[in-house]
Design a protein around this ligand. Sequence first.
Ligand SMILES: CSCC[C@@H](NC(=O)CCC(=O)O)C(=O)O
Ligand SMILES: [Mg+2]
Length: 372
Amino acid sequence: MRIDAIELHRVGMPLVRPFETSFGVQTAREVLLIRVRTDAGDGWGECVAGTEPFYSSEYVDGAAHVIEHYLAPTLLRAPDVTAASVARQLGYVAGHRMAKAALEAAVLDAELRAVGRSFGEYFGATAEWVDCGVSVGIAPSIDELLAEVAGYVAEGYKRIKLKVKPGWDLEPVARVRELLGPDGLLQVDANTAYTLADAEHLKRLDPFDLLLIEQPFDEEDIASHAALAQVIETPVCLDESILSAAIAVDAIERGATSIVNIKAGRVGGYLEALRVHDICRELSVPVWCGGMLETGIGRAANVALAALPGFTLPGDTSASGRYFADDLAEPFVLGSGEHAGQLRVPTGPGTGVEVDEAFVAARALSPHRTLR
Ligand SMILES: CSCC[C@@H](NC(=O)CCC(=O)O)C(=O)O
Ligand SMILES: [Mg+2]
């Protein structure tokens, strides 16, 4: 395909409730959306970088800048662009995986819409519905945490994930385990808030039968995660550390992770996410789909990804209403009956969602940029 224009849209979307992690509190999502205009039609992609460079070194202003000054000009100059060629064409720019992923996803959306194929079909999805977990932020009090968790359980979520940090870990976990009962699926995510010196403390989580402890240590400290895995029973799962399929293999072989959280934006795009899935499957390592508070664009793509056979654990792809009162596309709503706690995999062309352009314009934080 030839790309005739690339649009950058900055959209502000308030969260239905504050979302607190070990690195801060979020009350709104400032989303960078990409629309590519090609000779085969349009496609939308979503950049998962946060407003601040706290989850990773990427942040929305930086992503917009690197797209405007490096990545978009490269694709606009190229005589032919396909989703399969984007990573190679942009490879001369170091890092900026979330920015690159947004462009690749927009190109893939345009490419697949042009031939009437869905993301799910293209990825090789084997499920029509996916099990959904939910990520629960650090709460002002234990009672407020329990009320929020009880609400999600009532909605049918298959798994609860609690954000933890030093000073907010053992008691919240104990009380939520009590609320869920012994069979409820429960895991925690530290977002790098601990160090290996906390190993004995983290071992005190073992009696609560957690599915996993996610990214307890610094994203570059593979060795400490391997050391922790020798000390605790709870399986260690990496998120921030896993930037590519190669790093996933290295972390697995070094014993640093026995379960992998896959996020397409973090690894540079859905095509690399497929490679992470495939190699983890070969190594018999379970994977699940992580979340970055996506709008309907990224949420649709994540549901399609989560429908692959290696995604054997409920992911963080929740209903749109978990974060947003209104979304830029038809909201994702949990199923009922036999599909309670599940989301249906979109079957329409591309991501399968239609972006409400009036919504995007009404919530624009600045005039959109059109690059040619
Ligand atoms: C702003 S926190 C984003 C990263 C975080 N994401 C979640 O907790 C899930 C968010 C979601 O449900 O989309 C993680 O470290 O896994
Ligand atoms: Mg995480």
